[in-house]
Design a protein around this ligand. Structure first.
Ligand SMILES: Nc1ncnc2c1ncn2[C@@H]1O[C@H](COP(=O)(O)OP(=O)(O)OP(=O)(O)O)[C@@H](O)[C@H]1O
Ligand SMILES: [Mg+2]
Length: 346
């Protein structure tokens, strides 16, 4: 992203978080057909300035609800929220100006060209013509050569990039991306990750939701796991991964082995005949080197070995008891769809 699109750089000494949420609750009204739906059950969250913060959770966990409340698209039932120190209830216009949102549903205006769309959006936000950064944004999302095409002729990936540019026209210090890479191919995902990193390096605080644990692990310095409307874990990515404290090493033995040797009885070891030995251990208690020494001292020869670290997938399973991508299904919408993004200044 261009420097001109940067937000005020985060001051590490600045105690006010980019986003602060306290006791945030949302119950969607029910109808004759559907009971009310308690999407958020009192969430507390601090998103530090300058971070890339991941909101992770299965379908229906409440991620979009949280984001849409911050963006002023959904009314909360209880609690408080502030963006860049600005309370969303007391100063809604200013708080909305501090946030740019790339929604989960891509609603590209088909008959606008990318350049028109960015200009129009900047106009809605009241950005004076001389302060607009349309060309820089187009370049940053690699759409300069498509700037005059109708948006409906853009590919899905191009539309997604256009939406990122659209969210940045007013240079918000906080950018929110709801499932930025859902259903995009590997190459585009890498490109989007690159763009998110660049934006973050130039000072933008990024909040993203994702189902992809790999994405969170790769991009986010902090992660909140959310399930059934509650935060069930929130920490730095590193600390979350450390919490697992589990590793697995698979050893291909030089010769077939019938039984586990007694020298390995202290380990959680499993023999997969004829030549594969799997050992699970806690890195905080056992050094890898000692483990390998014990294997050798048991008279075994190692033909090959590979290790597997625990990842967020394991942690997610442990916390929720459900695989990352197969949580509770979103039920049907019970409230009328959210209105189009409210705009600062309106
Ligand atoms: N407009 C709405 N009307 C009624 N209920 C809703 C509405 N939007 C969401 N919900 C319900 O609120 C809960 C949380 O939904 P939300 O969309 O916030 O989840 P999510 O974590 O973003 O899920 P996904 O990963 O599928 O996008 C779900 O049970 C959902 O059915
Ligand atoms: Mg969602």
């Amino acid at each position: 992203m261009p420097d001109a699109a940067t937000a005020p750089a985060a001051d590490p000494g600045d105690a006010v978080p980019a986003v602060r949420v306290r006791g945030l609750a949302k119950t969607y009204r029910g109808s004759k057909k559907f009971p009310p739906s308690e999407a958020l059950k009192g969430i507390d969250l601090d998103i530090p300035k300058g971070s890339v913060f991941g909101l992770l959770g299965p379908n229906g966990a409440g991620k979009s609800t949280l984001i849409n409340i911050l963006a002023g698209l959904v009314n909360k039932t209880a609690g408080t929220a502030s963006i860049w120190g600005i309370d969303i209830d007391r100063r809604p216009r200013q708080s909305r100006a501090a946030i740019g949102v790339v929604p989960q549903e891509l609603n590209v205006d088909a008959f606008f060209t990318p350049r028109e769309l960015l200009e129009f959006q900047a106009g809605l936000y009241g950005v004076p013509v001389r302060e607009r950064i349309t060309e820089e944004l187009l370049a940053a999302v690699q759409l300069t050569d498509k700037a005059e095409n109708y948006s409906r002729t853009l590919s899905g990936g191009m539309r997604r990039r256009l939406m990122v540019a659209k969210a940045m026209v007013h240079k918000p210090p906080v950018l929110v991306l709801d499932e930025p890479t859902a259903g995009v191919d590997v190459e585009l995902r890498q490109q989007l990750w690159g763009q998110i990193r660049t934006l973050n390096r130039s000072g933008t605080t990024v909040l993203l939701t994702t189902h992809y644990l790999e994405e969170a692990q790769e991009l986010c310095d902090r992660i909140a796991f959310i399930n059934h409307g509650e935060v069930i874990a929130c920490d730095t990515t590193e600390a979350l991964l450390k919490r697992m404290d589990r590793k697995e090493v698979t050893i291909l033995l030089g010769e077939p082995l019938g039984d586990l040797p007694p020298g390995l009885s202290a380990y959680d070891a499993e023999l997969v005949p004829p030549r594969r030995l799997i050992v699970r251990y806690r890195p905080s208690r056992t050094r890898f080197r000692d483990l390998i020494d014990d294997v050798r001292e048991s008279g075994l020869t190692i033909a090959d070995l590979s290790t597997q670290e625990s990842d967020l997938e394991d942690l997610f399973l442990e916390l929720t008891g459900a695989p990352a991508d197969t949580g509770k299904d979103s039920s049907e919408s019970q409230e009328s769809p959210s209105p189009p993004p409210a705009v600062a200044g309106r």
